[in-house]
Design a protein around this ligand. Structure first.
Ligand code: NAI
Ligand code: MG
Length: 493
């Protein structure tokens, strides 16, 4: 009964300076399960005062040396312990991630395992941060030292809540930075839960502070705070622009991952069955709420109509359902706001192109933000559904004539996060790989992402790279040290 569910609704505090604390104004907001539209938690609605407390705690932890001056081995071991704890609690975290964001439980389990792997990877990398000896021509020793950038402000989206937090926390901590993390307002629960284990894994107080709240009231104060040296952001291009402008005020370092409109390109010589699966997986995984979603599906005219028919046929059989059901392949969208946005784009699409599958709300569900997997075809690349990021299960299929035509259409986008090419012709494929303007290019696959390999965009998909050693670089400064080895006076004046 509803009353029984209400009794389980948990109320969280902010995590600042190693302690759970209410927000200064004492206000909270409701966190919703998008499959039932019921309240599942209350979390603080933080404001600038709370961000200030968190930033000062992070600054204090940074300056005290409790983190940055700990040995690299010590920092690494703490990251390993956190990874181990997350791995051992994976089922619990995956269930919470799935309930809070609406993603199928099987996908949430993948995500949480990747979270643990990310902390392990950067735990190992902590001891590989090395400087250089520079070959200067004088009798001197010239060094480059690598140092943490300071306090990092990290603003997280709702599509991969804990994974995006890990992509930002793990390299920052390996580098010796301290952090103020703001989860997305829709999905703060898993990030708050892992804070329960910080003390147990010996992470010193103030090293990671978690502030929950909305973009303008809790996100913007992080971007504006003078004690915060760097902002790492994943989210919409429009907020990315706001952050970039605000960061100019005190020359904050900024990295931005702003999503895209990624082309998934199918030549006639591709393995047909794999290609159909690759097209569907590329655009519908995680309900299409993926920054690298292959939302423009470019298909060579020779196979176009057969391809569209096969895609549509298979899309109609995708199993929508409650996120915690292990057979579910597609859950609800994350929020009412996102649901309304996607329904609007479906209406726009109906005016711009032909409907192959879906095109509306998934009617089988009385409650929850479920939408039908939707395929529009005969889409022109100038259509809004081909240019604007929809962030839902909506595919735009575009025909092309030739390799040159495919390349022109693929690169004709303000975005450049990812692309994929499907073909068995190595020469054609490699010509495409070289000419595509995107930060990630997959061949005969789409979406696999590894902590060892760089992630980030070209053009309006942002700048900076996450993951691998590239992700660590973004949290490091370089200090040049010149040591004069001559004992004679310098003798200029
Ligand atoms: P958003 O960009 O508004 O939110 C992402 C994060 O930024 C959240 O933590 C939010 O609280 C914060 N934020 C919002 N306004 C801010 C501000 N003025 N200053 C500082 N932080 C701020 O994304 P939203 O509104 O949830 O979704 C809108 C669209 O953004 C989606 O339809 C999708 O196209 C895109 N998006 C892209 C993502 C990606 O992975 N690249 C992730 C989430 C959304
Ligand atoms: Mg927004």
């Amino acid at each position: 009964m509803a009353t029984g569910i209400k009794a389980n609704v948990k109320t969280y505090d902010l995590f600042i300076d190693g302690k759970w604390q209410p927000s200064a104004k004492g206000k909270t907001y409701e966190v919703i399960d998008p499959s039932t539209e019921e309240v599942i938690a209350h979390v603080p609605d933080a404001t600038a005062e709370d961000v200030d407390r968190a930033a000062k705690a992070a600054r204090q932890a940074f300056e005290s040396g409790s983190w940055a001056s700990m040995t690299a081995q010590g920092r690494g071991r703490i990251l390993f312990r956190l990874a181990e704890k997350i791995r051992s609690e994976m089922p619990k975290l995956a269930e919470l991630e799935s309930r809070n964001g609406g993603k199928p439980i099987v996908e949430a389990e993948f995500d949480i395992n990747d979270v643990a792997t990310c902390f392990e990877y950067y735990g190992g990398l902590a001891t590989k941060i090395q400087g250089h000896v520079n070959p200067v021509p004088d009798n001197a020793l010239s060094l480059s030292l690598r140092e943490p950038v300071g306090v990092a402000g990290q603003i997280i989206p709702w599509n991969y809540p804990l994974l995006m937090a890990a992509w930002k926390l793990a390299p920052a901590l390996a580098a010796g930075c301290t952090c103020v993390l703001k989860p997305a307002e829709q999905t703060p629960l898993t990030a708050l839960e892992i804070a329960n284990w910080f003390e147990e894994v010996d992470l010193p107080p103030g090293v990671v502070n978690i502030v929950t709240g909305f973009g303008e009231s809790a996100g913007a104060p992080i971007v504006n705070h003078p004690e915060i040296n760097k902002i790492a952001f994943t989210g919409s291009a429009s907020v990315g622009k706001i952050i970039l402008r605000a960061a100019a005020e005190n020359i904050k370092r900024v990295t931005l991952e702003l999503g895209g409109k990624s082309p998934n390109i199918f030549f006639a010589d591709a393995d047909f069955e794999n290609a159909i699966d690759g097209a569907l997986f590329g655009v519908f995984i995680n309900q299409g709420e993926v920054c690298s979603a292959g939302s423009r599906i470019l298909v060579e005219k020779k196979i176009y109509s057969k391809f569209v028919d096969a895609m549509v046929e298979k899309a109609k059989r995708i199993k929508l359902g409650p996120p915690l059901d292990r057979d579910t392949k597609m859950g609800p969208l994350v929020s009412k706001e996102q649901y309304d946005r996607v329904l609007q784009y479906q209406e726009i699409g109906k005016k711009e192109a032909k409907v192959g599958a879906g095109g509306g709300r998934a009617k089988a569900f009385g409650k929850g933000y479920y939408v039908e997997p939707t395929i529009f075809y005969d889409v022109d690349n100038s259509a809004r559904i081909a240019r604007e990021e929809i962030f839902g299960p909506v595919a735009a299929v575009i025909p092309f004539d030739s390799e040159a035509d495919a390349l022109r259409i693929a690169n004709d986008s303000p975005y450049g996060l990812a692309a994929a090419v499907w073909s068995r012709d190595i020469f054609k494929t490699m010509r495409m790989v070289k000419a595509l303007r995107a930060g990630i290019v997959w061949v005969n696959h789409m979406q696999p992402t590894y902590v060892e390999a760089p992630w980030g965009g070209y053009k309006q998909s942002g700048f900076g790279r996450e993951l691998g050693p590239w992700g660590l670089e973004e949290y490091l400064e370089t200090k040049q040290v010149h040591i004069n080895l001559n004992e004679q006076p310098i003798g200029w004046y």
